[in-house]
Design a protein around this ligand. Structure first.
Ligand code: SF4
Length: 710
């Protein structure tokens, strides 16, 4: 930080999406105002910002903040609230065992917060029950990466956008959900008109504005499309035979499965409801261009076959050997600012820490040794959707929710509300006082917000950046890591939870990543052991860097797998044989339409921050539903009137927008509105609680519904 008399200049990162843009903040502490500009030297954005990032200065006001702990509805001291949380967790564990308690975290937490929460639950309480809303965002990518690479590794980097010859955007409205990456791709196309862009999405979104080809495939048919591509590329003259033989395994089985499911191109086009010439053109472009990037997001991940979709895409990169080299590779666009950082420290309930998980006894012993814990959990805990089912069924008696609003955002959200209403003990740490979830808490703990917090985050390209505090904390708000540490100490774990600042936690996290990790032999991908003895000053001045950062790669590493070494037992990448499956719940006579959900350009998640900025609210001021003109006629809906949308799980009311950008037979609603903002606008109430069998990520893009005028 460079302090001047009246203002201080702080370099930090945007708290919204996984692009992870760097920000220069000019802070006036006296008036509590901040001027935000893009950081021209940050490798994620080189000075660019989107509408949300640019409006951050309007979101730092204190109105609506939770500023004091609250216990059973009344204000309390920190001491009283922390004692109550620790005592309640201890008594629940004594009575029902460690698996009767759980933590549900958020991709908004900083890596240091996540690390401490995960260590408390998995390392010392001894339960795997720490999961996070990243389960809704990234878990299919994680599972797909692990199946193919033996590790959760994003192979490439943003620089590849500028070097690619063909960029494929799959299930991603990049223009709205990852706007700065979109700006970068658009600029790359302007600089190089030869760059081809293909958008694969059932909806015609604004992302299609830069597309040379839009493939509006039938919802859920992605695996058929990519199996068809694998079958097409499997021809001897198009595949990279030398790469397949030297660096991969499982090719012939995967190719056979692809051939069975796809057949002819005409057959694939019919199954995906695509124009056969368009499909042929896409396959031809994929085969013809060497530098191909496949960027994918929630349209792929949020599906009951999300992991298969990810692997179907990766298969096509392996068959051509296009991975880990400049301008090519599969690339998962992370939804949240720190979904990747959370995974690094074990935020998902099947993970342990530092990309080790419960699947290997060695990992459990190693992490237990490092933490000095004899009570380390030995099996995975409940993933998000199952966790709230377990709360509903009385198996989990006490839950601590940190920085997220599951009563709005989880599928079957009415059931989530009921679960929390009947749960014996609900703790919520948040910086916002009134949300659908804080309303159900027995104890509320005021957490610091983005402009007060200090720590690190990791974006989609594995780049670790600092978030730095702009203002002194408001009221009694505390950092999440501090709150967790205080509870851990009260539970008797003083020695393991001695932290005084985030640098100390980051050092320990870095040391664990390198602990018994021989990177040269490729034991684990995530290794930032070069930071294991980082000084406070170095941490304060930390500059963005892509992991791994260790003895072999002291300056970080832009691309992984360029050497053909993978983290599987054999060191080879795995093709996965994919048998396409339909979405679990299909439309029928009662619920004839399919509901698709997603983000808007100017809002973030449940709008606790973006709704404060007046100019962001102007874009789309209320919940709406997009309907194809034929469906509107059939269901007697008029433009701009209200409609009720109903599924087997719940209902919502939204304003009708008639558009042919929506496929006939499907509806789209934005995910953002809460019960607090629009009493019947919670889309989570409708969404079916179906999950992918491997990743446990919910199928938020496909729920059978009906619609009628309100
Ligand atoms: Fe923030 Fe994402 Fe916009 Fe960048 S693209 S400014 S990280 S919301």
């Amino acid at each position: 930080a460079d302090n001047t008399a009246a203002f201080k200049s702080v370099q930090t990162t945007c708290p919204y999406c996984g692009v992870g843009c760097g920000i220069n903040a000019l802070v006036d502490e006296q008036t509590h105002q901040v001027e935000i500009t893009g950081n021209p030297s940050h490798p994620a954005n080189f000075g660019r910002l989107c509408s949300k990032g640019s409006a951050l200065g309007e979101t730092v006001e204190l109105k609506g903040r939770l500023l004091q702990p609250r216990v059973y509805g009344r204000e309390a001291s920190w001491g009283e609230a922390l004692d109550l949380v620790a005592d309640s967790l201890i008594s629940t564990i004594e009575k029902y065992g460690p698996d009767a308690v759980a933590i549900y975290g958020s991709g908004q937490l900083l890596t240091e917060d996540y690390y401490v929460a995960n260590k408390l639950m998995k390392g010392f309480i001894g339960s795997g029950n720490m999961d996070t809303n990243s389960r809704l965002c990234m878990s299919s990518s994680v599972a797909g990466h692990k199946r193919a690479f033996g590790s959760d590794t994003v192979p490439g980097c943003y620089e590849d956008f500028e070097q690619a010859e063909l960029i494929i955007l799959i299930g991603s409205n990049t223009a709205w959900c990852h706007p700065v990456s979109f700006q970068r791709i658009r600029a790359a196309k302007e600089a190089n008109p030869q760059l081809k862009i293909v958008v694969i999405d059932p909806r015609r979104t604004v992302t299609c504005d830069i597309a040379d080809l839009h493939l509006p495939l039938a919802i859920g048919s992605d695996t058929i499309l990519f199996n068809g591509l694998l079958h097409y590329l499997g021809r001897k003259d198009l595949q990279n035979q030398a790469y397949i033989e030297k660096y991969t395994e499982g090719f012939s089985t995967a190719l056979e499965a692809a051939a069975i499911s796809s057949g002819t191109i005409e057959g694939v086009a019919a199954q995906c409801r695509l124009n056969v010439n368009d499909l042929q053109r896409f396959y031809h472009w994929f085969a013809r261009h060497e530098k191909v990037m496949s960027l994918y997001s929630q349209g792929v991940n949020q599906s009951s076959s999300g992991t298969d979709k990810v692997n179907a895409i990766i298969n096509c990169h392996l068959v051509t050997g296009r991975i880990g080299k400049p301008g090519m590779g599969p690339f998962s666009l992370t939804g949240q600012p720190n979904a990747m950082g959370g995974r690094e420290v074990g935020g998902l309930s099947n993970q342990l820490a530092a990309h080790m998980d419960f699947a290997r006894n060695d990992d459990i012993e190693r992490v237990g040794r490092f933490w000095g814990s004899k009570t380390i959990a030995r099996k995975p805990g409940y993933p998000a959707v199952e966790l709230f089912d377990a709360i509903h069924d009385g198996k989990v008696k006490a839950v601590w929710i940190m920085g997220t609003n599951p009563a709005v955002s989880l599928p079957n959200a009415d059931k989530v509300k009921q679960a929390l209403q009947h749960c014996d003990f609900v703790v919520v740490s948040d910086c916002i006082a009134n949300t659908d979830t804080t309303a159900l808490a027995h104890v509320l703990l005021p957490a610091q917000g983005w402009s007060e917090k200090d720590g690190t985050v990791t974006n989609s390209e594995r780049c670790i950046s600092r978030q730095r505090a702009l203002f002194s904390p408001a009221g009694g708000a505390k950092p999440d890591w501090w709150i967790i540490t205080q509870v851990a100490r009260r539970m008797g774990y003083e020695q393991a939870f001695h932290y005084k600042n985030t640098a100390e936690i980051f050092r320990e996290h870095a040391a664990l990543s390198g602990f018994e990790n021989n990177a040269e032999q490729g034991l684990r991908d995530f290794d930032i052991s070069a930071f294991a003895d980082i000084s406070q000053q170095e941490y304060d001045n930390f500059q963005p860097i892509q992991w791994p950062v260790n003895r072999t790669h002291p300056q970080g590493r832009a691309r992984i797998f360029d050497d053909g070494k993978f983290y599987t037992a054999t060191g080879k990448a795995r093709f996965i044989a994919i048998e396409p499956r339909l979405p679990v719940n299909l439309p029928d006579k009662v619920y004839p339409l399919v509901l698709n959900t997603g983000r808007l350009r100017d809002q973030w998640h449940t709008m606790t921050r973006t709704a404060i900025a007046a100019k962001l609210n102007q874009h789309k001021p209320e919940p709406f539903v997009e309907v194809h003109p034929t469906d509107a006629r059939r269901h007697e809906l008029l433009p701009n009137t209200l409609a009720t949308i109903e599924s087997r799980w719940g209902s919502m009311v939204a304003r009708v927008q008639i558009t042919d950008s929506q496929q006939q037979g499907s509806l789209f609603v934005p995910m953002h509105w809460t019960g607090q903002l629009a009493s019947r606008g919670r889309m989570g109430a409708l969404v079916n609680p179906v999950v992918d069998p491997v990743s446990k990520q919910p199928e938020c893009k496909h729920t059978p519904v009906r619609i009628e005028a309100y």
